[in-house]
Design a protein around this ligand. Structure first.
Ligand code: HMG
Ligand code: MG
Length: 306
């Protein structure tokens, strides 16, 4: 174990999107910007800021156009890659008008979750993304992809890795620069993660992979460690452990960014992030959503000698 650890890994912060989409409160635009500014100040350089999805489906992110315009006007947009989810051409059009240069498309490993989350079948999703991804790239956008429910589906239960990875590979073949494999409801365990990641590396390549691990059952960090050991260098995380998917019942927050950074720095792996400042950003997150957050380092802080 720990035979081939990297010098650094890349973290994509998803709290402004995945974190806020599942909150019972609607956070104001100013407070969202305050959170994103605090994340930027911690050194994060990839931030998924919002979603250009239907406001009827995700009212929490209905201000995506104004938020993205405000972000792209900030000096930080020169050094931070802000991105946003887009489910369809209407979303890409909105992202383009706001000046967003990176989008993420998403679908699930299972028919039922794709249907519940986006009101379309797997075949319809493929048909949409086969056109949308190259078209967005022609507009000069980078396109990332998510495959959800890879470790298990709230509607179908067990998921075959071969099926999930075939979907991921198809999204890469459309032109996505990276595919993030999602444990949407946080059911994964390390041996299962090894099987999924080894297959994904074999078929897609480690350099095009990221892991997006919700921490519903406390296994996200262990699964991230398995991915790291196998060669994955991209991880999604959410400050304070905020997050969830309104269309995946039982999904708790993502792997907390502070917990991931604490582990990586402790192993001598750099992230470009200042953990003390990240902890401050976690406090901002808790304040703007008006609730306690589950992240361990968020709660315990850094170790201090008494
Ligand atoms: P639909 O209702 O089938 O859409 O939704 P439609 O094309 O029939 O249009 C219906 C209405 O929505 C129309 O408006 C459209 O204009 C509007 P109306 O005429 O009724 O006033 N509309 C839009 N408005 C703004 N922006 C758009 C847009 N598209 C349509 N882009 C749709 C289909 C895909 C749009 C909908 O199902 C949707 O928005 N779903 C998104 C759900 C979502 O965001 N889920 C959470 C993100 S995924 C996730 O969390 C998992 C992830 O984190 C990874 C993991 O954890 O595994 C990524
Ligand atoms: Mg998610």
């Amino acid at each position: 174990m720990f035979s081939a650890l990297p010098d650094s890994v890349s973290i994509c912060e998803v709290s402004p999107r995945d974190g806020l989409q599942n909150q019972p409160v609607i956070v104001s635009l100013d407070k969202k910007l305050e959170l994103i500014d605090a994340l930027v100040a911690s050194g994060l350089r990839r931030i998924e800021a919002t979603s250009f999805v239907s406001p009827k489906w995700i009212p929490q992110l209905a201000d995506a156009d104004a938020l993205a315009k405000a972000l792209m006007a900030r000096a930080a947009s020169k050094t931070v890659q802000f991105s946003a989810l887009c489910p369809n051409e209407q979303g890409v059009e909105r992202a383009s008008r706001a000046g967003v240069t990176e989008i993420a498309v998403f679908m699930s490993a299972t028919e039922s979750h794709t249907q519940k989350n986006t009101n379309r079948s797997t075949a319809e999703a493929f048909a949409i993304f086969a056109e949308l991804v190259p078209a967005a790239m022609k507009r000069g956008m980078r396109v990332r992809a998510y495959v959800s429910t890879v470790w298990g589906c709230p509607y179908e239960g067990e998921v075959k890795p071969a099926v999930a990875i075939a979907i991921a590979k198809q999204l890469i073949d459309y032109g996505c620069y990276q595919v993030s494999l999602g444990d949407t409801i946080g059911v994964g365990t390390p041996k299962q993660t090894k099987e999924i990641v080894e297959r994904a590396i074999g078929e897609i390549g480690a350099e095009k992979l990221a892991l997006h691990l919700h921490d519903t059952r406390g296994t996200a960090l262990a699964n991230a460690l398995v991915g790291l050991e196998l060669g994955v260098r991209g991880f999604d995380a959410s400050v304070g452990g905020m997050g969830g998917c309104p269309y995946a019942p039982g999904a708790a927050g993502n792997l907390a960014t502070e917990d991931l950074v604490y582990m990586l720095h402790g192993m001598g792996i750099s992230t470009g992030i200042d953990l003390e400042k990240l902890i401050v950003a976690g406090r901002v997150a808790s304040r703007v959503v008006e609730s306690a957050l589950p992240g361990k380092v968020h709660q315990a802080g850094l170790p201090r000698v008494m």
